[in-house]
Design a protein around this ligand. Structure first.
Ligand SMILES: Nc1ncnc2c1ncn2[C@@H]1O[C@H](COP(=O)(O)OP(=O)(O)OP(=O)(O)O)[C@@H](O)[C@H]1O
Ligand SMILES: [Mg+2]
Length: 300
């Protein structure tokens, strides 16, 4: 272990860096030529905690995780991994540092069995020299066990992964990251394409990963998905941080209101009205939105 600088960041945010953080960002920014995709973002990822990154389309969420995942390099500020200043040159380097990323468009081979996908690129073999072959039995057994440990009961690890639901596939990807020793798990909108029930399943595995001591970064549009599982919340808007809260510092109602700024909701309601506010369905949507704005702001 090396020594770590212990200076607190400017602004007195809750993301002081120190030896305890698996990953932390301090005033991190990213410019693509003239486009500033991200500016002055400060946040931390800790073992056994879920850090949620919330924001609308184009807010900079993917840019942020690409920096942590080694796909892009930040152009401003500092990224710390285990307290050390770091710039990853490639996703491989991030992976070697224990940072695993599950992208929304999961890189799976749909026709290959679940266990093949689980071990894709890290296949186990048995025997030596010309007698070396895939250790199919062991890979199947491990896959089954790892999934069972995460509470996923698959009938058959031989079935093509393409036959699993979107939620189950996300869960296999999470179990895989856990098995291969990830310390930090980044999930880019894992619930975006899922219905309520499947989203619930994925949220449950996020909690499982947290309980196993991983530091999770959970990216989502949806405060209702983030709030129940999150320990802290970073809100992004047009590349800027508009808030970074511990759960005790913000209630779900406030998170929702911050996400959809009051003025924007007004505008959206107005637009919906113009589209046909006379239909009962539209009226229901407007009522729901009004209700979500007016929801009592409980203390988390
Ligand atoms: N390679 C790039 N070159 C130039 N601009 C980029 C690049 N990647 C992202 N941007 C810009 O940076 C901003 C943030 O994009 P980003 O993909 O991080 O947003 P996001 O929050 O992930 O959005 P979404 O919810 O749609 O996935 C956008 O304005 C986008 O156009
Ligand atoms: Mg994105």
């Amino acid at each position: 272990m090396s020594t770590h600088p212990t200076t607190a960041p400017a602004g007195g945010t809750t993301a002081e860096r120190g030896p305890a953080h698996l990953v932390s960002l301090e005033n991190v920014g990213k410019r693509y030529g003239n486009v500033i995709a991200l500016r002055e973002v400060t946040m931390a990822v800790d073992a056994g905690k879920v850090t949620c990154v919330l924001g609308d389309n184009g807010a900079g969420k993917s840019t942020l995780i690409k920096i942590i995942a080694g796909l892009h390099q930040h152009t401003d500020g500092t990224l710390y991994v285990n307290g050390e200043e770091t710039t990853f040159g490639s996703p491989r380097q991030a992976l070697d540092a224990g940072i695993a990323t599950v992208y929304q468009d999961l890189a799976v081979v749909p026709l290959m069995p679940v266990w093949r996908n689980f071990f894709l690129g890290s296949e186990l073999t048995t025997g030596f020299g010309p007698f070396r072959r895939l250790d199919t039995a062991r890979m199947k057994a491990i896959t089954k066990q790892e999934l069972a440990d995460m509470g996923i009961d698959l009938r058959d690890v031989d079935q093509p992964i393409g036959t699993l639901s979107g939620g189950e596939r996300q869960c296999v990807a999470i179990a895989r990251a856990v098995h291969f020793g990830a310390k930090v798990l980044i999930l880019d909108e894992p619930t975006a394409a899922l219905g309520v029930k499947q989203s619930g399943v994925v949220l449950r595995y996020i909690l499982q990963a947290k309980e196993r001591g991983l530091g999770v970064v959970f990216i989502t549009h949806n405060p209702h998905h983030a709030y129940p599982v999150g320990d802290r919340f970073l809100l992004l808007k047009r590349g800027r941080s508009i808030g970074y809260y511990e759960k005790s510092g913000i209630a779900l109602g406030d998170l929702t209101a911050q996400m959809a700024g009051g003025a924007e909701l007004e505008e959206l309601t107005h637009e919906l009205a113009q589209l046909g506010g006379h239909t009962t369905q539209m009226q229901q949507v407007r009522a729901d939105m009004a209700e979500s704005l007016a929801r009592p702001r409980r203390q988390g």
